[in-house]
Design a protein around this ligand. Structure first.
Ligand code: 5RP
Length: 229
């Protein structure tokens, strides 16, 4: 008789990849840490080996609080010249390692910390793997006074931008800016798209991570962790 197979929940898959990412943490190093529910699983796992690392550079106030609560020292990004690894989640990732990020509104600091790292390890459950980026509403951090004109520019590309709200008010990021979530885009050339949108006046950061794509992705699947490299 075979034992019925209970599928792993999305949370269990996040725990699985959060723990698997420990494999990429070097002894004595400072670790770049992203933001989100998958990264929270990584942070919890990292606490188990905090004596072996020097600390972390964090991509959000939320991750900083969680790291510090677990006794992991947090350094400012300006205190380090480079990091061996940056570990973060994604809202979408394709087979090439191009991602959409920013569902947690931390995309700007995520790009800044990722840019310090030699390697970007993306951790995600298998629902995040897509053939083409664009189904998840694309987060774009903007200077509030430019939001209306950026909305019109996305309209010209066939996209509909919506101001992200929190408790009925515009969400304010850790950098004091707003987020537009853009639907209706199909991003066939992520490198060109990221370069183009990033130079629109008032765009702080577009949530396409193509110039800083994942070096490795640990994807949580029903069969275990699948590594895309
Ligand atoms: C936050 C992010 C997150 O990495 C992304 O939203 C995925 O989050 P989660 O692990 O909760 O699904 O980009 O700005």
């Amino acid at each position: 008789m075979t034992t019925p197979h209970t599928p792993l929940t999305q949370d269990a898959l996040k725990t699985l990849v959060g723990r698997a990412a420990l494999h990429y943490v070097e002894d004595g190093s400072i670790v770049g840490v992203g933001t989100g529910s998958t990264v929270n699983q990584f942070i919890d796992a990292l606490a188990g080996l905090k004596e072996r690392i020097r600390g972390a550079v964090s991509s959000s106030e939320a991750s900083t609080q969680r790291l510090r609560a677990l006794g992991i020292p947090v350094l400012e990004a300006g205190e380090v010249r480079s990091l061996p690894v940056y570990i973060d989640g994604a809202d979408e990732i394709d087979e090439r390692g191009y991602m959409v990020k920013g569902g947690g509104a931390a995309l700007t600091r995520e790009k800044i910390v990722a840019a310090l790292a030699e390697r970007f390890v993306c951790i995600a459950d298998e629902s995040k793997l897509v053939k083409a980026l664009g189904a998840f509403p694309l987060p774009v951090e903007v200077i509030p006074m430019a939001a209306a004109q950026i909305t019109r520019r996305f309209g010209q590309l066939g996209g509909a931008a919506q101001l992200r709200l929190k408790d009925g008010q515009p969400l304010v990021t850790d950098n004091g800016q707003h987020i537009l979530d853009v639907t209706g885009l199909v991003i066939t050339d992520p490198l060109a798209f990221e370069s183009e949108v990033n130079q629109w006046p008032g765009v702080v950061t577009v949530g396409v991570f193509a110039h800083q794509k994942a070096s490795v992705c640990l994807l949580g699947t029903a069969q275990g962790v699948r590594t895309l490299a």
